[in-house]
Ligand binder design. Sequence first.
Ligand SMILES: O=C(O)c1cc(=O)[nH]c(=O)n1[C@@H]1O[C@H](COP(=O)(O)O)[C@@H](O)[C@H]1O
Length: 224
Amino acid sequence: MTNPIFLALDMPQIDAAKVMAEKVKAHVGGFKLGLEFFCAHGHHGVREIAQVGLPIFLDLKLHDIPNTVAGAMQSIHTLEPSIVTVHASGGRAMMEDAKAAAGDGCKVVAVTMLTSLSERDLKRMGLTSSVEDQVLRLAELAHTAGLDGIVCSGHEVKAVHSQWKDGFFVVPGLRPAGSAVGDQKRVVTPRQARDDGAGMLVIGRPISRADDPVEAARAIEATL
Ligand SMILES: O=C(O)c1cc(=O)[nH]c(=O)n1[C@@H]1O[C@H](COP(=O)(O)O)[C@@H](O)[C@H]1O
């Protein structure tokens, strides 16, 4: 089994990110570079982390009109990411154009409801359905648009998996038992997410902010 853990390198310093990546590379399957890192270091930063030798998940959460998102996808071709995110709420045409513009071998997955949101947050946005129903609706839209899968929390992944059998499901908001939840609201353990159908486990602070990141990554890997 390839290691499904992707370490989120959410830090603004390129040197610290590279040191962290080198340290834990034996216990993870790849690295996720998101907005904090990409806004600070762009293409150069991605190339630096890619030198560590593991696949790169470029988490740009693109959300704009179809033409702009397709252009952004083309602008990252040369980085050869394994996987890129767009927001499902950008709509079907946006997702179709994003997928058409993605480079060969690059999965495109749609973020559904951020794991930092609760049912109450949905209501405040005027959405009256449950989180699970909203995730299932957006997952269906992403599937129809021809994407490879979605990003959702471990609370919904089982239901999404039963609706979309061959989809690829990325699950963040993961916390080993007893670790600090922080700003996440819908959390499960890495093992639970895996058992329920997650293809990729995105983990940041429980590893990167641990006193001993190598031991933290090794311990999580051992639970899978
Ligand atoms: O797209 C993501 O990766 C993502 C989607 C989501 O709904 N929730 C979420 O936490 N993430 C990302 O997953 C990572 C979680 O980090 P930790 O909470 O530190 O483990 C961060 O890099 C987030 O940007």
